[in-house]
Structures are given as structure tokens and as C-alpha cells.
Design a protein around this ligand. Structure first.
Ligand code: AMP
Length: 291
């Protein structure tokens, strides 16, 4: 099997139209490229749900803020194509910024899942989730997938996409795929390349702090929950700072809405974003309360 590579909207659209006409079920994994084992795991999740697999590689300028790493984001198309061929992905859509957004390099129309925009990562990355929702909407319109997979690693992004698909009655099934970690517990990310070897050792502690909070929240009774969580958050932030992180946020939220948790929320998520050296790391642990 060869990987079909398309750099134009017309090229990939013609391909997926043909598959649709043949009543084949199309599965889609949108990415920004620099594929690692975490991305590859998404295809493992997707495979049983479709007949043809499409990957997109597009570092979307709309979702990067001023002073963020758009210019230096790792671009490794040749190596990515080899990995996609190995795992028998059928088609790759890898457009240029011009091919996606025309000469203006932007979109006049934006998709905004408003209540998510200024929460958590949205509070620190202005316009980020509008850029994400806009490009994913556009990619869905181009590829017309029946099913698409996103990583739980980017928990807020997954929540934004689910909300957009539901609000706009889009006919695509969204599947969340568990966060893929290395043996140390560090969630794989293209941005881990910005870490030195020493920082990588520290970075692995992030997941341990999240697991610790989850375990203690699980042991708390309803009446202790609120005070337990606020102590755990304060202690967790202090621990991270001692280790050298500069936390943007650390919190426990309702996993379905990302609203502040209450004793009635059974499904919770511990969310963190923290800077370490040149990298900004995000991670989360999602769980159902036991008591
Ligand atoms: P990115 O290329 O960083 O935009 O990521 C593309 C997709 O891969 C998104 O749905 C991410 O959530 C997902 N992803 C990235 N890293 C991981 C990981 N370590 N585990 C699971 N999914 C991931």
C-alpha cells in the first residue's frame, strides 16, 4: 500500500469523495506533524472504526499567539510520511498556509466555542481555541470524515471539538484516545524537544503530581472535597515551583464541561499547564470519583 499525499484541498477532497461514493467509512487524524508514538497510537485507536485512514499535517498559524513557537515548530514531513506509510495510513493531506487560507493567510470566518475560550489554556493563549475550532471545522469540511480521533492529552481541545460538533450538528463521530506516555510517565509531545535531558527528568514529575491529586481526591468524602481540593491545588503548585516549573494553572474540574467541579460531579479531571525551561507542558488525569 502506498500513502497518497495531497497538498491541495481539491486533491484530498476528490479522494475522500471517491471513497464516500464507494460507501467506505473515512477515519481522520488531524495533526501538526512531527509525528511521534503518541500520534501513531491515535491511528491504532482509529483503525477498527473505519475503512480508510486520513492524516492531516498542518501547523495552523491561527492557533499560535504572538511570541509563540509557530516559526520554530518542528517540521519533519519526510520522516512523517515514512511513519504513515509504515502504519498503512491511506492518505495524507499536507497543505501549505497559502493552500489553506489563500493569500491573506487568514480566515474571515471564525468558529468560537465561547465558554471554553478564556478558561485554562484559553486564558493564557488568547485566540488559541478559536484557531483550533476554525481549522478543525475547515478540515472536516474538506475531508468529510465519518469519524475523527483526538488525543485526551489535549483535554480542553477535545472538549472544544466535541462541543463544536454537537452545537453545529456535524455528522462526524469524535473519539478521544488515551494519553500516550513514555516509561517515565511523561506525555509524549513534539514540544518535549525543547527540553534538555535534565529538564526531561523533572518533566516526568508533572504526571506524578496529577496522579497524587487524583488519589487524594478519590479518598475524600463529599463533605471534605472542597477543602481537600483547594489544599491539594495549593500544595501541588508549590511542589511544582520547587521543582523548577512555572505553573500557568493547576486545577480540578468537571471532566464533561470543564466547569468548576462540585460534589455532584462524578467525572473529574486534574488539569495542568506549566512552563519548564523553553517548553510549555500540558497534561491531565481524567477519572471517575470512587466515593
Ligand atoms: P498535535 O500534532 O500536537 O496537534 O497533535 C495532534 C493530535 O495528537 C491531537 O489530537 C493530540 O491530542 C494528539 N496527541 C499528541 N500527543 C499525544 C499523546 N502523547 N497521547 C495522545 N494523543 C496525543
Amino acid at each position: 500500500m502506498t500513502l497518497e499525499v495531497h497538498h491541495t484541498i481539491a486533491g484530498i477532497a476528490a479522494q475522500t469523495h471517491e471513497w464516500r461514493a464507494q460507501r467506505l467509512r473515512i477515519g481522520f487524524v488531524p495533526t501538526m506533524g512531527n509525528l511521534h508514538d503518541g500520534h501513531i497510537d491515535l491511528f491504532r485507536t482509529l483503525r477498527p472504526h473505519c475503512d480508510r485512514m486520513v492524516c492531516s499535517i498542518f501547523a495552523n498559524p491561527l492557533q499560535f499567539g504572538e511570541g509563540e513557537d509557530f516559526g520554530m515548530y518542528p517540521r519533519t514531513l519526510e520522516a512523517d510520511m515514512e511513519r504513515l506509510t509504515e502504519i498503512e495510513c491511506d492518505s495524507l493531506f499536507a497543505p501549505s498556509v497559502d493552500a489553506m487560507y489563500g493569500l491573506l493567510g487568514m480566515s474571515h470566518t471564525k468558529v468560537s466555542v465561547k465558554h471554553m475560550n478564556n478558561r485554562y489554556c484559553g486564558a493564557f493563549r488568547e485566540g488559541h481555541f478559536i484557531g483550533v475550532a476554525t481549522v478543525v471545522n475547515k478540515l472536516f469540511n474538506i475531508v468529510l470524515p465519518h469519524v475523527a480521533v483526538f488525543g485526551e492529552k489535549d483535554f480542553q481541545q477535545l472538549a472544544v471539538i466535541r462541543q463544536m460538533v454537537s452545537d453545529l450538528s456535524m455528522s462526524v463521530d469524535i473519539i478521544g484516545s488515551p494519553t500516550y506516555r513514555d516509561a517515565s510517565g511523561l506525555a509524549l509531545s513534539s514540544r518535549n524537544q525543547y527540553l534538555t535531558a535534565d529538564e526531561k527528568v523533572v518533566a516526568a514529575e508533572l504526571y506524578k503530581v496529577l496522579c497524587d491529586i487524583r488519589n487524594k481526591v478519590n479518598r475524600a468524602s463529599d463533605s471534605e472535597l472542597e477543602s481537600t481540593v483547594s489544599n491539594l491545588i495549593a500544595n501541588g503548585k508549590a511542589r511544582l515551583e520547587e521543582m523548577g516549573f512555572r505553573p500557568d494553572y493547576l486545577d480540578v474540574a468537571n471532566a464533561l464541561t470543564l466547569a468548576p467541579f462540585s460534589v455532584d460531579s462524578r467525572e473529574l479531571v486534574v488539569l495542568v499547564a506549566a512552563r519548564l525551561g523553553k517548553a510549555r507542558l500540558i497534561d491531565n488525569v481524567h477519572f471517575v470519583r470512587e466515593r
